[in-house]
Design a protein around this ligand. Structure first.
Ligand SMILES: [Cu+2]
Length: 474
């Protein structure tokens, strides 16, 4: 098959990516050299959908980069996209100059130019990389998973990387930025996103999607996940959608969630479905106890939602019709921070050198403003820290949309949500603040390399419309 034809059918052809164990020598070698080249790609994951994408190394999503904890990574980034771009290493604690935030830690890499990223990736876990300029590079396809593998981790019998993403209708992005989009909400029935909507809410900030993919393919196009009876299987799941929370379910199975944003949970949690905000990652395990074929699916009320699926089957069940899921969340036990962490009515311990109580606001119909404490970036209040300071940030969300708030260069603990204190705070780097008065409290220590670290909503529309600030080391 000619490459061009292949790209048209499979998008990037990455399919369901089985991860073989890293060879022992990978843990010993010092430097992993890598070249990432970003360039245009004609992305056609489903019938009738042709999207002018940007992609790393000709695949969408980009290649899964795997490094052993302690190994050094040296990435030569080459930009041939036609626009200014950068690479942000999401979830990494790394030298500030390597963070890839254009306008903050580096200039945009002009088209035709290149940039050398070099650092020792960490902490261990499921992390990702993506464009961080304001040219829609990530929205158009510049993202991929990076796994920092800890040799002390529990070994799975089979392991798969799963990147959920959706092909946007770019005209709805332009209108959402202005707050006048007509795109409907497509969250599943029974989801908090729909239940929280007030009857008087006027839309304007939703983005519509033309195709729904797992690893760059729409059902039935993707390669299945082949498993065997008796195996313990680890899924590493990323939601790379620029605006929407994803619910993910494997028919006929419960999922054991062990890691949130790559960081181990204090206690694993068994659920029917994952709930993954924009930019979040979860590691989920299941055991294959019987022969069969099942769909692993994104759950949504979008008429095209059935496309976001891939088959999981045992040997000999390749041609069996796979068991599916309802596209509703009614009665479904899905992951929440509260279930994972346990809750108490006792007040959280918020002793800290620095405390911020911030209102998230904006998003009125026809408005292009999403604000933190009444201001939009770059006029938002910054957090100035000294090394070793403990920082507590409490968000109160006055808007009718949730906000996946992300901090660069740090892992924070989620301590409180909607007035409930978390018994086992969750170590994360992006977390959803609920709408209509929802609250969320973070705690982190200023122990990262000095510099300027962005703090922002990971909904692309909200970020571009100003919901962003910085943590600045004095
Ligand atoms: Cu937001």
């Amino acid at each position: 098959m000619h490459r061009r034809r292949f790209l048209q059918i499979g998008g990037g052809g990455m399919a369901a990516l089985a991860l073989a164990p890293l060879p022992q020598r990978a843990f010993g070698s010092d430097v992993l050299n890598y070249t990432l080249t970003a360039a245009p790609l004609r992305f056609a994951p489903a019938a009738g959908v042709v999207f002018p994408a940007l992609a790393y190394n000709g695949t969408l999503p980009g290649p899964v980069i795997r490094v052993a904890l302690g190994q050094r990574l040296r990435v030569r980034y080459v930009n041939r996209t036609g626009v200014s771009t950068s690479v942000h290493w999401h979830g990494m604690i790394l030298p500030n100059a390597m963070d890839g935030a254009v306008g903050v830690t580096q200039r945009g890499v002009r088209s035709g130019g290149n940039f050398l990223y070099e650092f020792t990736p960490g902490p261990a876990g499921t992390r990702w990389y993506h464009d961080h300029d304001l040219n829609m590079g990530m929205t158009r396809g510049l993202f991929g998973m990076i796994l920092v593998e800890d040799p002390r981790d529990e070994r799975a019998d089979a392991e798969f990387a799963l990147v959920f993403h959706d092909v946007p209708r770019m005209d709805t992005i332009a209108s959402a930025i202005r707050g006048v989009s007509n795109a409907p909400m497509t969250d599943p029935s029974g989801s908090p996103e729909l239940l929280e909507m007030r009857p008087d809410s006027r839309m304007g900030d939703e983005v519509a999607y033309a195709a729904h993919c797992i690893n760059g393919a729409s059902y039935p196009g993707g390669a299945p996940l082949a498993v065997r009876v008796g195996q313990k299987v680890r899924l590493r799941v990323l939601n790379a959608n620029p605006t929407q929370t994803r619910y993910v379910r494997l028919a006929g199975h419960r999922l054991r969630v062990t890691h949130a944003d790559g960081n181990a949970l204090a206690q694993a949690l068994d659920v029917d479905a994952l709930r993954i905000g924009v930019g979040e990652r979860y590691d989920a395990w299941f055991e294959v106890t019987r022969p069969g074929a099942w769909l692993l699916q994104g759950i949504s009320s979008d008429p095209l939602a059935f496309e976001q699926a891939v088959v999981v089957h045992t040997e000999g069940m390749e041609h069996a019709p796979p068991q599916g899921n309802s596209q509703s969340l009614e009665g479904v036990d899905y992951f929440t921070y509260q279930k994972a962490a346990g809750v108490t009515s006792a007040a959280p311990n918020v002793q800290a050198q620095i405390r911020k109580d911030w209102i998230l606001d904006g998003g009125q119909y026809g408005s292009n403003r999403w604000s933190i404490d009444g201001k939009t970036y770059p006029n938002t209040e910054k957090i100035f820290v000294r090394r070793g300071d403990r920082v507590v940030v409490r968000f109160t969300n006055k808007t009718d949309m949730e906000h996946p708030m992300h901090l660069h260069g740090h892992t924070y603990d989620v301590m409180e949500i909607n007035g409930q204190t978390l018994v086992r705070p969750l170590a994360k780097d992006v977390s959803l603040v609920s709408p209509n008065g929802g609250t969320l409290t973070w705690r982190f220590d200023a122990t990262s390399p000095a510099g300027r670290w962005l703090l922002h909503c990971h909904n692309d529309i909200h970020m571009m419309d100003g919901m962003m600030t910085e943590v600045v080391y004095r």
